[in-house]
Design a protein around this ligand. Structure first.
Ligand SMILES: NC(=O)c1ccc[n+]([C@@H]2O[C@H](COP(=O)([O-])OP(=O)(O)OC[C@H]3O[C@@H](n4cnc5c(N)ncnc54)[C@H](O)[C@@H]3O)[C@@H](O)[C@H]2O)c1
Ligand SMILES: CC(C)CCC[C@@H](C)[C@H]1CC[C@H]2C3=C(CC[C@]12C)[C@@]1(C)CC[C@H](O)[C@@H](C(=O)O)[C@@H]1CC3
Length: 345
């Protein structure tokens, strides 16, 4: 009788492995002796030791062929938050995640690690040292966050020790680092258009920014601690640099490092938020006639003007987590990695 071999514990798949975080994760997994299958709708690079499977995660058959003999899956695929496309977020983050769970169970995968987001508890108002027991946001700031909440609930709810399917969610916040397509490029674009002169609010609001290698470290620790007898099964973990910094100090350090002036003039938070809301409303009303995308959306203004930093205590206790790269080192590596974004380049 043919016996089904237990998949090697060093064989894993990264769904979304062509993306910013996904590719850093793949590189670290290879370094640690894992063999990696990447599943993504696009292939953005080639690396020895990586098998690419191009497909949409809503397609179960495509997923099943990528998950053959895989014991561990990292799910870090999502549409970009800036797209604000409700149907796309629901299709990929909710329906797609259900498909990922079904495919994992059918393929005999034992562990699923989800990249969630600390923003699942954020409603646009201050969060100071937030712990994982904060309730999910009742009014999430956008469709992206709304579907990240649903996605996290699905993955954690699927954890089943009896059936040998274990799940955990990592909640990073404000990921930055080399090849980030979002934070630094948007910041520089805003500076180049002369719009980074102002500080929204008094500039004292502390925020977490997390260097990508620390996020990768948190994911791998979670995968390696995920066992039936461990307290981490079905739980969520904040992973940050554990060095909250005033939002505008972080932005200024990156800008100055790239040769741009730091923002200097203060504007009242409520005034900017009100203007951003008005502009957003206008852009929605005028959408059938003219397409314009305001830089200062209400969501960005809230993120720039409120406190949102989170406790990593649970990750420290259960996973032995400790950031491996400090904020200072992370900012230096990031700035160095963007020669084409330097002022005058
Ligand atoms: N960047 C941040 O600050 C941040 C913070 C917290 C959480 N996260 C989460 O981390 C994860 C990775 O984010 P990132 O910044 O690397 O984004 P990214 O856009 O660089 O990577 C996402 C990847 O998912 C892939 N993808 C999208 N739709 C897909 C589909 N239908 N089927 C297969 N692949 C698909 C994309 O092609 C891309 O390669 C996401 O789940 C995001 O929600 C990001
Ligand atoms: C125009 C300026 C006021 C600001 C320019 C920088 C912003 C583009 C970034 C600053 C904080 C960033 C951030 C995200 C997107 C980019 C910023 C707004 C997220 C919303 C991306 C999605 C993640 O899940 C969120 C998280 O929980 O980490 C990010 C929060 C910070």
């Amino acid at each position: 009788m043919a016996t089904r071999l237990r998949p090697s514990s060093k064989r894993c798949a990264v769904i979304g492995g062509s993306g910013f975080l996904g590719r850093h994760l793949v590189e670290k997994l290879l370094e640690r002796g894992y063999s990696v299958s990447v599943f993504d709708i696009r292939q953005s690079y080639e690396l020895p030791g990586v098998t690419f499977h191009q497909g949409d995660l809503c397609d179960k058959q495509a997923l099943l062929s990528a998950l053959q003999d895989v014991s561990l899956v990292f799910h870090c695929a999502s549409p970009a938050p800036g797209s604000d496309d409700r149907k796309l977020f629901e299709r990929v983050n909710v329906v797609g995640t259900q498909t990922v769970i079904q495919a994992c169970i059918e393929a005999g995968v034992q562990k699923l690690v989800l990249t969630s987001s600390a923003s699942v508890v954020y409603e646009g108002t201050d969060i100071k040292n937030g712990k994982e027991d904060l309730p999910y946001a009742k009014k999430p700031i956008d469709y992206y966050t709304q579907t990240k909440i649903e996605q996290e609930k699905l993955v954690l709810g699927a954890c089943n020790k009896q059936k040998g399917f274990l799940t955990v969610a990592i909640r990073p916040h404000g990921i930055f680092g080399p090849r980030d397509p979002q934070l630094v490029p948007i910041l520089v674009d805003t500076a180049r258009r002369g719009k980074m002169k102002f500080i929204i609010g008094n500039g004292a609001n502390l925020v977490d920014f997390t260097y990508v290698e620390n996020v990768v470290h948190g994911h791998i620790l979670a995968a390696e601690h995920l066992r039936p007898d461990s307290p981490i099964c079905g739980k969520a973990y904040h992973i940050t640099n554990d060095e909250p910094i005033p939002f505008w100090d972080f932005m200024s350090e990156v800008l100055v490092g790239l040769g741009y002036a730091a923002p200097r003039f203060h504007l009242p938070y409520r005034l900017v938020y009100g203007l951003a809301l008005l502009l957003w409303l206008l852009s929605v009303l005028l959408r059938p006639f003219v397409a314009f995308k305001p830089t200062f959306t209400p969501m960005r203004v809230a993120l720039a003007g409120t406190f949102h930093y989170y406790s990593c205590q649970r990750a420290k206790e259960h996973l032995g987590y400790k950031p491996v790269v400090s904020l200072k080192e992370g900012i230096a590596c990031t700035v160095q990695s963007y020669p084409h974004l330097k002022s005058g380049a």
